[in-house]
Design a protein around this ligand. Structure first.
Ligand code: ATP
Ligand code: MG
Length: 277
């Protein structure tokens, strides 16, 4: 008779990022338990080593490092960093057409009757663009990096709080929007150190036509462009392109993690290493 891992063993293997062992089958429980001990010891050693490297060498989690690299490349490319509120008004959200009957609406964390934790950076960036086009003239290039919140049913690649980097460029881009999006996606991927990615055209609830940046089956970012039917709400009349990336997903891709929780804000993991070891 063959046996597989117990539920507790399976859980522990997943915590230690040894999920690839999940499908193993053994002839009896003794053999299984010996195999478990061996894998656990090896993974504990690996996680300890990662923590040691953090303490002695890198001193910053990879997600912070990736953010710094992106900020450097974007500012060098003429993008200006902006910092906007995490609390978003109901009015701003509904101007993104995320009204009560919208699918994304169920994912919103409401803090009060009329304020929520932002599920995306786009409303705030849209809001700033109008003033900045007026004050600076074209081109306007801005980006923000910061926390966003969505109620997600648990999955290996969704967090309830994650870090979005959203860049947007307003310029005379008529007819060149998709090409410009490709250039900006390439710039971000190069800065993040991700070589193996592709762009896929898609349709999304908020933006209609979008271009997704994919690493295998994992969406790293979504790009959109205007003129767009939402622009009128925000007083935008010029062509634009924008892309939003999830930084945790960039880290998952760089490190090959099997679960995004390893890369997110956590009390159980530090820079991808499990702490209860
Ligand atoms: P998905 O289809 O994977 O749920 P999405 O299309 O709803 O993602 P977007 O609104 O396009 O996500 O957000 C831009 C980027 O933000 C995504 O490409 C992804 O990298 C990241 N992101 C979105 N939601 C989450 C989440 N819950 N946890 C971690 N990252 C996320
Ligand atoms: Mg998307």
């Amino acid at each position: 008779m063959s046996v597989t891992w117990t539920i507790t063993q399976k859980q522990r293997l997943s915590e230690l990022d040894a999920g690839e062992a999940a499908d193993q089958v053994f002839s009896d429980t003794n053999e299984r338990n010996r195999a478990f001990q061996k894998i656990e010891q090896a993974q504990v050693a690996k996680n300890k080593e990662q923590l040691q490297v953090l303490k002695d060498t890198t001193r910053r989690p990879l997600i912070c490092e990736v953010e710094s690299r992106l900020v450097k490349r974007l500012t060098e490319a003429g993008f200006v960093q902006v910092v906007t509120p995490v609390l978003l008004s109901r009015g701003m959200l509904s101007r993104m057409t995320i009204t009560p009957d919208h699918p994304l609406n169920k994912q919103v964390f409401w803090v009060e009757q009329d304020r929520c934790l932002r599920p995306m950076l786009a409303p705030n960036l849209y809001h700033l663009l109008r003033d900045l086009v007026r004050l600076w003239g074209k081109p306007v290039r801005i980006f923000e990096v910061g926390p966003c919140f969505r109620k997600e049913s648990e999955g290996a690649y969704h967090l309830n709080e994650f870090t979005m980097l959203n860049l947007v460029e307003v310029d005379d881009l008529e007819g060149r929007q998709e090409e410009r999006l490709q250039e900006l996606a390439a710039l971000a991927m190069d800065a993040a150190g991700i070589k193996d990615y592709k762009l896929i055209n898609n349709v999304c609830h908020v933006y209609g036509d979008t271009v997704d940046v994919m690493a295998g089956d994992l969406e790293l970012g979504s790009g959109a462009w205007g003129p767009h039917r939402l622009d009128e709400q925000w007083g935008i009349v010029d062509p634009w392109v924008g892309i939003g990336f999830g930084l945790e997903r960039l880290v998952v891709t760089l490190k090959g993690h099997q679960n995004i929780r390893r890369a997110g804000r956590s009390l159980s993991y530090l820079d991808g290493a499990r702490l209860n070891i």
